[in-house]
Write a protein of this length. Structure first.
Length: 665
């Protein structure tokens, strides 16, 4: 059972340490097991490996990482490896000989991978690249839990434990908004976020502009209240999105994180870039030059490896060389050579320490003079921020952060403002016994401290009829459509009409496949796909393209990975993703292919209604659902959805659609 309130710090830390250890093992096991069980070719087919790659050296990037380009002319299009992923690079056996790297850039025919210490033979022969686990996040979660358990937290522990009601102060602060386009609910959220202590939660349903609201909160904190802000989110994409908006508002920001994970357009705001362009950086360049010179000198002397030192300590080698004495069959000339090598090593060591000291001073200056420090939750736990405390933490996408992930930045701040929507997708959790991790801190706090929650209500994305079902089912009917989107329709943006009755101006359409398209499963896969339904979706997409709708304005969503793979082969010209891949995104037209159709009327994983909410709220002008009404109606919410579409939208059968397109009616 999920826990809302904890007895003490120890119980809290132990509860989450156990869960993240389960999850860490599950993630590692997933990749290791797959590498062991599948051939390289099979793993490539699943999109988690690429074989037969040639590598070429591209150069060095900020932070001293060396980048190599791995490519081949027929690079698989469906691979899942993306910028920022940690990968294993090997000849044939990733688990025995894999070298860890981070994907820096991705093109149609290549991956650029950054290494801290690459082997010398990367440009020779062929390589395979495998997705792997990034252990650093789990280590940082553990470290945050340890600090919290020890009481080393800037944030009031009572609030975290669930006993902090008496510490909450919820009030409003009058403001003059910097962004004149904010609506009254956004302004109210900003006022309360600024006036409340030490916690405030902004609940932002789809399309209501929660990030826009957060940007105003941060601008007020910095420009009016003169506070420095730590701003984090669980994903690099969300951090980059927030950073881009803050830069446009004229704030001095610094982004902490691996340069390979920072958007290329924003790299000059990264800490590594700022360090290398700081006026004191020349001191580091000079030190590195001296280190290189000393290393060149060192190459002329014998390195005291175990083979040559024969059990002698550094001190003994130095002493024997000083006394001109040989020992244990080691010639004096060799002893003297090793002593000289050690002498130079001592000088190198001092220079490295000096370099580190200067680098830390530069970092300290940059961080201290920044208005906003940005990082992912995980990166906020790195060495540069280890002993820093902030007056305010602003945590975006809080409903997608597991509690231990949110705790990493939270313990560094006296006050926390979170934004999220617990009615949309929770964080992905792999281990069945770690499912409690999908109950986020944001959701727990909304239930414990409802007085500190404020919901944004005006949505700027969808036609009124697309918005309405989600509003009633998930938000107690509270969502209001802005006038600019209330009546938007397909004919506003396409010139040609279609004979297909599903493609008129009706904003929401359900096409019943009536059991004619039966789901299938691949051997050894828990996922599902539906070939005939996919073919039907393909025809809809082709019709939309004929009508003049640009391919980039069409999205196809499906809950199942195997169906996604199948659709991608059929309709490569439009974006096809699972629901998870579309969270936070929008398109003019969305087709949802629901897959499930079976005599038992089982819908399985479709019963995750938060997934349904996300899928239903991605379309702006037109939403088309394709599925078997009989199978889906075994679930009450899907039954209500189909009834809603019959009343307010358009309900069609596959037969009706096929007939009308054949006869041109």
């Amino acid at each position: 059972m999920v826990k809302k309130v904890f007895k003490d710090r120890k119980e809290y830390a132990n509860h989450f340490k156990h869960l993240i250890e389960l999850e860490r093992e599950a993630e590692k096991e997933f990749h290791i097991r797959e590498i062991q069980l599948l051939t390289g070719k099979e793993r490539e087919q699943r999109g988690r490996a690429i074989l037969g790659l040639k590598a070429s050296y591209k150069g060095e990037i900020v932070g001293g990482y060396k980048v190599y380009r791995f490519g081949r002319p027929d690079m698989p299009e469906n691979h899942q490896i993306k910028v920022g992923d940690v990968v294993l690079v090997s000849r044939t056996n990733p688990l025995k000989e894999g070298i860890e790297g981070t994907v820096y850039e991705k093109g149609k025919k290549y991956l650029d991978i950054a290494f801290s210490d690459p082997p010398p033979d990367l440009t020779r022969g062929y390589w395979r690249v495998d997705l792997f686990v990034n252990d650093i996040t789990f280590k940082r979660m553990n470290a945050a839990l340890n600090r919290f358990e020890e009481g080393k937290t800037a944030y009031p522990e009572k609030v975290v434990l669930g006993k902090g009601k008496d510490l909450l102060k919820v009030s409003e602060e009058e403001i003059k908004p910097f962004n004149e386009n904010l609506n009254r609910y956004q302004i109210e959220a900003v006022k309360r976020a600024l006036g409340s202590e030490p916690l405030f939660l902004i609940h932002g349903p789809p399309g209501t502009g929660k990030t826009t609201t957060l940007v105003e909160v941060i601008e007020q904190l910095v420009k009016v209240k003169k506070k420095q802000v730590l701003a984090t989110a669980d994903s690099n994409t969300a951090v980059d999105n927030l950073m881009e908006r803050l830069i446009k508002r004229g704030l001095n920001v610094v982004r902490i994180g691996h340069p390979a994970r920072v958007s290329k357009e924003l790299i000059e705001h990264s800490l590594d870039y700022k360090v290398q362009h700081h006026e004191d950086y020349q001191k580091i360049v000079q030190i590195e030059k001296k280190i290189d010179e000393l290393k060149s000198k060192q190459a002329n002397y014998l390195k005291p490896t175990p083979q040559w030192r024969r059990g002698l300590s550094d001190k003994q080698i130095m002493e024997l060389a000083r006394q001109n004495r040989k020992t244990r069959g080691i010639k004096l000339s060799k002893l003297k050579s090793m002593a000289k090598w050690l002498e130079l090593q001592e000088e190198i060591k001092k220079l490295i320490e000096e370099r580190k000291k200067i680098e830390n001073q530069i970092v300290d200056k940059i961080l201290s003079t920044s208005d906003v420090v940005l990082a992912t939750n995980s990166t906020s736990g790195n060495e540069f921020l280890e002993n820093r405390a902030f007056e305010v933490l602003v945590l975006d996408e809080a409903s997608q952060s597991t509690e231990p992930s949110a705790l990493i930045p939270l313990i560094k701040a006296k006050k926390v403002i979170m934004a999220g929507d617990h009615k949309q997708l929770p964080p992905t959790v792999l281990h069945p016994d770690a499912k409690d991790l999908s109950y986020t801190m944001f959701e727990r706090f909304t239930e414990l401290y409802p007085e500190a929650v404020y919901m944004l209500r005006i949505q700027y994305r969808m036609n009124e009829l697309i918005k309405e079902f989600s509003s009633e089912e998930f938000y107690k009917g509270a969502l209001i459509s802005h006038e600019s989107v209330k009546n938007i329709k397909l004919s506003d943006i396409v010139k040609q009409r279609s004979n297909n009755p599903a493609l008129d101006d009706t904003p929401i359409v359900f096409i019943d496949t009536q059991g004619r398209f039966v789901e299938r499963s691949k051997r050894g896969s828990f996922s599902k796909y539906n070939p005939k339904e996919a073919e039907f979706v393909k025809k809809l997409v082709e019709e939309l393209l004929k009508m003049g709708l640009p391919a980039e304005e069409i999205g196809v969503i499906t809950p199942y990975k195997d169906h996604e793979d199948y659709l991608k082969q059929l309709i490569p010209q439009v974006e096809v993703k699972t629901v998870d891949g579309f969270q936070g995104r929008e398109k003019e037209v969305i087709i949802i292919s629901l897959v499930r159709s079976n005599p038992q009327e089982e819908i399985g994983f479709l019963e995750d209604l938060r997934r349904l909410n996300v899928a239903l709220t991605r379309a702006k002008r037109k939403l088309i659902l394709v599925g078997d009404a009989k199978t889906l109606s075994s679930n009450e919410v899907y039954r209500k959805l189909i009834d809603y579409i019959k009343r307010r939208g358009k309900y069609l059968t596959v037969e009706e659609v096929e007939k009308s397109t054949q006869h041109g009616t």
